[in-house]
Design a protein around this ligand. Structure first.
Ligand code: ADP
Length: 562
């Protein structure tokens, strides 16, 4: 008999490459030789033997596509061999060669689903034709088995995809694998970041993995290939029973190995080729589901960490603002007194202390404001405002700071007054923050332009770079959808903002440059306040910017006339 591979799955790979494997069993050596030579010349992979027991052993250790057997053999009939071959692989094609085709034989053969009969003596061309037809039928049967497996898997996939809890998921995967393959024992092993198999996620009650099982799983994991073993050394045991026959299938997600599914069973009919394909499909699906569960776990953890960080930030704001306010007002009060009672240099020094203390007070005020906004303790007082007047007022307030840096600060506004309902103080605070940033982040002798206009646009059509509005915080917009917006744009010729940071700058304490290395002062709260204040009034804010060229911050407030 020709040398054969003892790894079933290597042969499966050969099969999937298109070369069908045929096993010929006939007690007459010359029949074996003739048939083998004929089929080999048709480029099939052929094994031939006169020994039925050897044939059985071969069928159990390697997958075959077709069995060509004589009906009458000394130790076992061809029909019995066919029955046992079907136990190993229900889809195997079988052709029985017989010199005495009786009705009874034919009936038995049909019951066993045998593909074809070849009456001896036959022409070699007849043999080729019968083999081709039987293999074609086998392919159809395999496709239908595959379809059944996929159908079953689809049902299981609902359960698999419905859970993101890793332990529950592992149990479902293993139970599904055992259910669909009929295997007695199975193990789902997971790997760690260093690509070591580390953890047995799931195994059936009482069964435990032995050293040989571990190393088989590791081999499959490292090679990325399914491995079939049938050996004396057991893979697993439940104390009473030990199993040395198993199939290890790598579990991967997007081409990345995440673990191994090891299925063990010592019954000859188990772990047949169809089962292997199904287990591989399941392993793929399991890999993706496990990866999703893992990512979800990481996301959940990151979210918890972020929430904790957010809580700490809020706490810090509350404590810092509370603890700084009182001593700061004392510093401001006494320094103002000292300044007013001094002249010359002493007065100048006192003024500098006063300016710095005022700067700290601005930051503390910003923190307090933000906290009140977050706690929903800020109310909006709508009153009739003239947008041009508000802009003029804000620009006048910032003129000294702009002049210090020799900026040109101009306005570009329509003559027609834009009069609408808004919270005057809050609009002034918004404009103050935007202008202060434009002045700060524009190198000396820059140009800052403030423009106002009216836009007729649906909310959804406001620029996409806008910041997502936190739900539940939008000031109620009148019943009719607001399609008119009062727009203010603050454009500068400053340092600009890298694209990936353009949304983040609206977060509390976020600053583009490191706070230790940056040249400009500030606590990273201004834009967070702007966002809150604009949102509270039912508006939106966005930025367009190019690094090294400048930025334009825009706000859109609902144009309510009453
Ligand atoms: P602060 O100005 O106090 O740092 P903000 O919340 O007002 O805090 O701004 C956050 C960050 O956004 C700033 O630190 C800066 O990096 C960037 N930024 C804001 N406005 C501009 C601008 N006009 N030009 C360039 N960068 C800006």
């Amino acid at each position: 008999m020709t040398q054969v591979s003892d790894l079933a799955l290597q042969s499966v790979a050969a099969n999937s490459n298109g070369t069908a494997r045929i096993l010929i069993v006939d007690d007459e050596q010359y029949m074996c030789d003739i048939c083998a030579r004929t089929l080999q010349s048709s480029a099939y992979h052929v094994m031939a033997t006169t020994d039925v027991n050897m044939a059985l052993q071969e069928l159990r250790s390697s997958p075959y596509d077709l069995l060509l057997a004589d009906i009458k053999m000394p130790t076992m009939s061809g029909l019995e061999l066919a029955r046992q071959a079907r136990e190993v692989d229900p889809a195997i094609a079988i052709i029985i060669m017989t010199g005495h085709t009786s009705i009874e034989n034919l009936q038995q053969a049909v019951r066993r689903g045998i593909a074809d009969f070849l009456a001896k003596p036959f022409e070699l061309e007849e043999l080729r034709l019968a083999v081709d037809q039987a293999l074609h039928k086998r392919r159809l049967l395999q496709d239908s088995l595959r379809l059944q497996a996929v159908e079953q898997l689809l049902l299981s996939s609902k359960a698999i995809n419905a859970t993101l809890d890793r332990n529950a998921l592992s149990q479902i995967i293993l139970q599904t694998a055992l259910h669909h393959t009929g295997c007695v024992a199975g193990f789902l092993l997971l790997c760690d970041a260093r690509k070591q198999l580390i953890e047995t996620l799931a195994s059936p009650d009482l069964w435990h993995l032995l050293e040989a099982g571990q190393s088989t799983a590791l081999n499959a994991f490292q090679s990325g290939q399914p491995i079939f073993v049938e050996q004396a050394e057991p893979l697993c045991s439940n104390g009473e029973r030990q199993i040395g026959r198993g199939l290890a299938i790598p579990v991967s997600a997007q081409g990345d190995s995440v673990g191994v599914l090891l299925l063990c069973d010592d019954q000859p009919g188990s772990l047949r080729p169809g089962t292997q394909e199904m287990a591989s499909l399941l392993a793929n699906q399991a890999g993706t589901a496990l990866r999703n569960a893992h990512l979800y776990g990481e996301l959940e953890e990151a979210y918890q960490r972020l929430q904790e960080l957010d809580r700490l930030k809020s706490e810090f704001i509350a404590i810092a603002s509370h603890e700084l306010r009182t001593p700061l007002s004392i510093v401001l009060g006494y320094t103002t007194m000292v300044r007013d009672q001094s002249d010359g240099e002493r007065r100048q020094y006192a003024q500098r202390v006063l300016d710095s203390a005022q700067h700290i007070k601005d930051i503390v005020d910003a923190m307090v404001n933000l906290r009140h906004m977050e706690l929903g303790q800020i109310t909006i007082n709508l009153e009739r405002c003239n947008l041009q007047h508000l802009v003029q007022q804000a620009v006048e307030r910032m003129q000294p700071a702009a002049q210090q840096k020799q900026h040109t600060l101009t306005v570009d506004m329509p003559a027609e007054p834009i009069t609408f309902m808004a919270d005057r103080e809050k609009v002034l605070l918004i404009l103050g923050n935007l202008l202060s940033n434009a002045i700060k982040f524009t190198p000396n002798r820059g140009t800052i332009t403030v423009s106002t206009m009216l836009w007729a646009r649906d909310r959804g059509d406001l620029p996409a770079t806008g910041v997502a509005l936190p739900s539940g915080k939008v000031w109620p917009v009148p019943n009719s959808p607001t399609t008119m917006w009062a727009i203010v744009q603050v454009q500068d010729t400053g340092i600009g903002i890298p694209e990936r940071q353009q949304l983040r700058i609206f977060d509390r304490f976020y600053q583009v440059a490191d706070s230790l290395t940056r040249a400009q002062g500030g606590a990273g709260l201004g834009l967070a306040i702007v966002r809150e204040l604009v949102t509270l009034q039912g508006g939106t804010v966005w930025v367009e910017s190019a690094e090294g060229q400048g930025s334009t911050f825009s706000i859109a407030l609902p144009y309510r006339t009453q």
